[in-house]
Design a protein around this ligand. Structure first.
Ligand code: ADP
Length: 491
């Protein structure tokens, strides 16, 4: 029997998942890891803590299922995107905390680049916008402000990488410094057409080419594992989490799309083999490159999705666990005019305002924590609706997945305020499945994408039930609240 193992390194937890040769899930181990918030607007991870959590889930998975290296056909990787790790090539140790995609510390630098008129050329070359979200300005910040990173760069010991790159480095015992193309397309440093690091962009962000990994296709041979119990197993597939989810949903045809409700929410639409410029407010990105052929996608991004539920749990502590948000919110019939704009990390699509901040509005003496929980859940759906509108709206159905898609109240509200059927994929981890599919194709265990289309998916369907007038009113109020949250951090 041959297995595929997928590593899914998310923003809040690391997972390892075991699949059989037909890509049926056998077992999964998951572990949360610490989030570090050293200053307002800053979000950091410790790259060693990420690896420790990943390794702990992987080794438990291997032991619990008595898996031997000979039985594993390949490893696939999917990961939180844009987050930057800087490490020392000689010691293999991180040089600084990883700067997470949600981190806003480079807002002023991005603003300066915009003032210099850089946005148009950056957008043309990368499909992205000048926002702190992407890796380039984070690398620039580390090189400018972190003495250990600066010194390592001067001594040519510096290695930069996104999380895929870091995991492959650790899995191969420090042998490989490579990255996967969909991840590289999120750095602001890669030309989305040539799929190579772009000299003029590197210059703009003052990032030395020598510090960057080699860019490989999504189904490439990334290296051989050198960790205990998996020696010699090939790493043969990788993609950023949202691209892997698009693949896992089998959105292989141009026009097909999905929305994922994880820490953030990300709507991606497959646009086929041509790199078409994205509509206003949306991003252009590589979906995947398979056997040398690239598929592109357009994307809308919400910075805080399920993370607002974490805020209810860990920040203001009005619930004990994420699932309790649903019961609490369901204990009131409506939001009673309470709106919660969770712009903790600025706003993404369609506003791209790094200076927006969270806002809770409409409070009265009658407001309870139930209204706040409800407004928080509704905010996830409102933001996702804004994404759909940026794509032109008018959808009949949306494929969805991600941690917060387990929330039935949220999914029903999503159907209600978009007027579209919401189809929740209940294999639960479509992202990991996407990585497993890439690895299975990469190592030849599965030969064609047609075979992948036959895999069984369990769906829960939510149908819209809200009258149009009620929808219009809610959406209008939401838009007003969003306006009031914008620009707050600039003052
Ligand atoms: P990531 O890959 O970004 O770490 P996941 O897809 O694992 O994200 O989803 C985790 C997110 O889902 C967390 O932000 C968590 O708060 C949220 N979440 C999990 N369960 C629920 C639930 N029942 N209701 C609402 N949100 C939930």
């Amino acid at each position: 029997m041959k297995y595929i193992i997928a590593l899914d390194q998310g923003t809040t937890s690391s997972r390892s998942i075991l699949y059989d040769a037909a890509l049926t899930k056998i077992d999964q181990v998951q572990q949360e890891f610490p989030q570090h918030f050293p200053k307002p607007g800053w979000v950091e991870h410790d790259a060693d803590e990420i690896w420790d959590a990943q390794w702990s889930t992987l080794s438990t998975l291997l032991q619990r299922n008595a898996v031997k290296a000979e039985a594993v056909a390949a490893i696939g990787i999917t990961n939180q995107r844009e987050t930057v790790v800087a490490w020392d090539r000689h010691s293999g140790k991180p040089l600084a905390r990883a700067i997470v995609w949600q981190d806003r510390r480079t807002a002023a630098f991005c603003q300066d680049l915009k003032k210099q008129g850089a946005e148009a050329v950056v957008r043309r070359k990368t499909g992205l916008v000048l926002d702190p979200y992407f890796s380039g300005s984070k690398m620039h910040w580390l090189l400018k402000h972190d003495p250990a990173v600066k010194k390592a760069a001067a001594e040519k010991r510096l290695a930069f990488g996104t999380i895929d790159s870091w995991l492959i480095y650790k899995l191969t015992g420090g042998k490989r410094h490579v990255t996967e193309v969909s991840n590289a397309s999120r750095t602001l440093l890669m030309d989305i057409k040539t799929l190579a690091w772009d000299k003029s962009l590197l210059k703009r962000f003052a990032v030395p080419a020598a510090a960057l990994p080699q860019i490989l296709d999504s189904d490439a041979l990334f290296g051989e594992a050198a960790v205990p119990g998996l020696e010699g197993v090939v790493i043969h597939g990788a993609a950023g989490d949202q691209q892997a989810s698009l693949f896992g949903h089998r959105c292989f045809e141009a026009g097909s799309l999905k929305n994922t409700y994880g820490t953030g929410c990300f709507l991606l639409r497959n646009i086929g083999p041509r790199c078409l410029p994205p509509p206003k407010g949306l991003l252009g990105t590589v979906a995947w490159t398979l056997k040398g052929k690239t598929t592109y996608a357009h994307e809308g991004a919400v910075m805080i999705g399920g993370a607002v539920v974490q805020f209810l749990r860990d920040g203001i502590k009005i619930i004990d666990d994420a699932a309790a948000s649903e019961t609490l919110a369901a204990s009131v019939e409506g939001n009673d005019e309470v709106y919660f704009v969770p712009a903790f990390a600025g706003l993404g699509t369609p506003h791209w305002d790094p200076d927006a901040r969270g806002l809770l509005i409409g409070l009265t003496r009658g407001t309870t924590r139930a209204h706040i929980a409800r407004a928080a859940l509704e905010s996830i759906a409102f933001q996702s609706r804004d994404l759909i509108e940026a794509f032109g709206g008018g959808l009949k159905a949306i494929n969805v997945d991600g941690g917060a898609s387990r929330n039935k109240l949220l999914m029903q509200f999503q159907a209600d305020i978009t007027g579209a059927e919401v189809r929740v994929n209940h294999s639960g981890e479509v992202t990991a499945l996407g990585a497993a599919m890439l690895a299975a194709l990469g190592c030849g265990l599965i030969k064609t994408r047609q075979e992948l289309s036959k895999l069984d998916l369990r769906l829960d369907v939510f149908k819209p039930a809200m009258p149009a007038a009620a929808r219009k009113r809610l959406v209008g109020r939401w838009a007003q609240a969003v306006k009031r949250s914008m620009g707050w951090a600039k003052a």
